[in-house]
Every structure is written in structure tokens, then in C-alpha cells.
Design a protein around this ligand. Structure first.
Ligand code: LMR
Length: 401
């Protein structure tokens, strides 16, 4: 029965974690998966999350009943407000459908399943490069394999805005376009606000449908509103669009799978229909989402004091990452590593797109036990004061070899 099942290719990101775990070397450093670590290299549970965990554990009026298919209303209402802002036109017009999702990936998967089921076989354009799972999720949801639009200029380590606009202008009308709302993964290069306005213009002229993947709100700049700016620009412009949200990085609840899918409609008359079909898709896929993490996220977002404490944590986490950028760049320069390393400090978010090629990445892994994805992306949050010099030595050796 199973002999004809082909082996699955290894996941470009998660297979790095598995290889790292299997490596017995005491010197090993994991810069693969995007997960925040303290300066001791340990996973971090936000104190405000701990506080609510204790609070809920002691509240015996709570139970573990099923949520409805679209999740915890207290969570989805606050999640949409966080994403679209206090003065959001579509929210105030009651034309946003928000359903709880299994973090960002779950939001994308249900969103694309909805598109495949009700909006036809549309093409989906992703930036080149993009988070590897985008290319996975889209065909898995029943749509054609993704196409790419130009995004990154390796020579300037910045957004190739001319290439991007030209490719979107040439895209098949009605296609879906994935945008990273902030902290583009893997490049760490985001369009400027002026460039986002140009992109919006082209999206409108070319009749494209944006699907924002906003997995790093508050984590990129340390400010929740700043990191929502591009998504809000599009949502307030009156177009219809999709937005995926994740609370993995910004609340550190990676394994709890807390997220949301938002569908922005042109009119409130379709809200019930779209919500009903999303609920049906969710029911067929996993019935209903988990309660624990959503309950914590909702509590944090709805209490003023807790919200402020969360904002402080976001600033602390993003500052540690920025500090690691400076430290790594400085160590590379002090080491005399050939080339210019300023892009490491210019990039934003969890990752740095170092410019290392696959051969150099393999060299660093086998000689130094430092793990990163083959495209040369490193998770800055995996670096610590204790490891940054070692990693800089490894990179320097690879570049000089
Ligand atoms: C990453 O890009 O490393 C993260 O978004 C984690 C993941 O699921 O790939």
C-alpha cells in the first residue's frame, strides 16, 4: 500500500533545527529557525504571558470547551483592531471578517483554500525570494504553483522597486500577490513608505488582490503601529484583501499556534456569507482552533496595563536583535572579513540575509557547527554576546576560503 509513496523533500528551515539537535558538538550555534532567544541562548516566555498562564490556571470558572470554528470572539475582535488600528475605515464600516487561525501558516492555508474554492484558479505571486513555506502552502491549498515578482537587489541589498513594480504591472489581472507586511523574510529589506504607496497604485491599476502576511507586527521596529503601516495603507484605500496575523514572534507563543485570518471586503453585505464559508472550511480542516493561547493573547490585548507591558517587551526584544546586528557587523569588520557588511545593520526584523552562498553555509556548518538556511539567512535572535565573535570568525573563514 505505501511502497509507492515518494519521500518528502526536507523542509528548508525546519530540517536545520533537526540537524542542529542531532549535532553533539558543544560549540554548535543555531541561526536557522526564526525563534527569539535570550542573550543566554534560551527560549523566552514573556513575563506577561506567564502571568496570565498562572491567572488562568487558578481560575476554576474556566473550562476547556470547544471554541466555535472561527475562534474566540474576544481574541478576533482585538486582533483585528491591533492589525487595522483604532481609526480603520473597513473595521468601522463592519466589512472585515476575522477568524482565528493556527498562527500565520494556518491563516495563509485557510485563506488560500477559500480563494481556491470560491475565487477560482487564480495565480499567486510571491516575492523573490520569500519565506519557503509560501511556495508550499499555495499549491497545497489547491492553487497553481506560485509565480514570483522581483523583490531584492543583491547589489544594493535593498528592495528592487523598479523590478517589483514592473513585474506587478505585468501580472495577470485578478491574481493574488503576497506581501510581507514588515520585516521581509528572508531579506530583512522592506519598501519605504513612499514605495508602498507606489506599490498600492500599481496593485489597484493592475487589479491585483493583496494577501498580506504580517508575522512580525511589533517585533520588527518594536512598535505595533509602525509595523502595521503598510497593511493599513492598503486596507484604508478601499481595496479588498487578505491579511494573515501571527502571535508566534511578537508574543513568543510559537507552539501555541495563535493567529488570525482577516478578509477585508468592499461591503458589509458579504460579511456573513464569507464568515460562514470560512467556518465551513475550518470545520472540514481541523474543526475549531485551540483555546489556550488565544485566551492569553486576548487578555493581553484587552487590558491597558498588560498591553503596555507587552509593548515594553517588544522594544526589549527588537533592541536586542538590533544590538546583535551591530555586534556582528563590527566583529566582521574587525576580523577583516572581505566585503561590506553594512547591510546587516540596515536590515530589519528577525533575519539577516548575509550574502553567503550555499557552499559557504555548508562549510560553516561542517567546520564550526553553526547552522543557518542554505540561502545564507541567519536568525539574528539566535546570536548572543557569547557566540557573536565565534560566528563572525566562522563567516570570515568561509568568505576568505
Ligand atoms: C522562519 O522563517 O524561520 C519562521 O517563520 C519559522 C517557520 O515556520 O519557518
Amino acid at each position: 500500500l505505501f511502497s509507492a509513496v515518494p519521500a518528502a523533500p526536507p523542509d528548508p528551515i525546519l530540517s536545520i533545527t533537526a540537524a542542529f539537535r542531532a549535532d553533539p558538538s558543544p560549540k554548535k550555534v543555531n541561526l536557522g529557525v526564526g525563534a527569539y532567544r535570550t542573550d543566554d541562548g534560551l527560549p523566552y516566555v514573556l513575563p506577561i504571558v506567564r502571568q496570565y498562564e498562572r491567572h488562568f490556571a487558578n481560575d476554576h470558572s474556566l473550562n476547556h470547551e470547544y471554541l466555535p470554528q472561527d475562534g474566540l470572539t474576544h481574541f478576533t475582535v482585538h486582533s483585528a483592531r491591533l492589525m487595522f488600528g483604532k481609526h480603520s475605515a473597513p473595521l468601522n464600516d463592519n466589512r472585515v471578517v476575522t477568524v482565528q487561525a493556527l498562527s500565520g501558516t494556518g491563516a495563509l492555508r485557510i485563506g488560500f483554500a477559500f480563494i481556491a474554492t470560491f475565487l477560482g484558479q487564480r495565480l499567486v505571486y510571491v516575492p523573490n525570494p520569500t519565506w519557503s513555506n509560501h511556495r508550499n502552502v499555495v499549491p497545497h491549498a489547491g492553487l497553481p504553483p506560485t509565480r514570483t515578482y522581483r523583490y531584492f537587489d543583491a547589489a544594493t541589498c535593498a528592495v528592487d522597486i523598479d523590478g517589483l513594480l514592473a513585474d506587478l504591472k505585468a501580472a495577470v489581472p485578478g491574481s493574488i500577490v503576497i506581501f510581507h507586511g514588515c520585516a521581509h523574510n528572508p531579506t530583512g529589506a522592506d519598501p519605504s513608505r513612499e514605495q508602498w504607496k507606489q506599490i498600492l497604485q500599481v496593485v489597484k491599476e493592475a487589479a491585483l488582490v493583496p494577501f498580506f502576511d504580517n508575522a512580525y507586527q511589533g517585533f520588527a521596529s518594536g512598535d505595533l503601529d509602525t509595523d502595521a503601516w503598510s497593511t493599513r495603507l492598503f486596507a484604508d484605500s478601499g481595496i479588498e484583501m487578505f491579511v494573515a496575523q501571527s502571535y508566534a514572534k511578537n508574543m513568543g507563543m510559537y507552539g501555541e499556534r495563535v493567529g488570525a485570518l482577516n478578509v477585508v471586503l468592499s461591503s458589509s453585505s458579504s460579511v456573513d456569507i464569507v464568515r460562514g464559508q470560512l467556518k465551513r472550511l475550518i470545520r472540514a480542516t481541523y474543526s475549531s482552533p485551540p483555546l489556550h493561547g488565544a485566551r492569553i493573547a486576548a487578555a493581553i490585548m484587552s487590558d491597558e496595563h498588560a498591553f503596555r507591558s507587552w509593548q515594553t517587551e517588544l522594544r526589549t526584544m527588537s533592541e536586542r536583535i538590533r544590538n546583535m546586528r551591530t555586534r556582528l557587523r563590527d566583529c566582521l569588520v574587525a576580523n577583516g572579513a572581505p566585503g561590506n557588511w553594512d547591510h546587516i545593520v540596515k536590515q530589519i526584523g528577525m533575519f539577516s540575509f548575509t550574502g553567503l552562498n550555499a557552499e559557504q553555509v555548508r562549510f560553516i556548518r561542517s567546520k564550526y557547527h553553526v547552522y543557518m538556511t542554505l540561502n545564507g539567512r541567519i536568525s539574528m535572535a539566535g546570536l548572543t554576546e557569547a557566540t557573536v565573535q565565534y560566528v563572525a570568525d566562522a563567516i570570515c573563514d568561509a568568505v576568505k576560503s
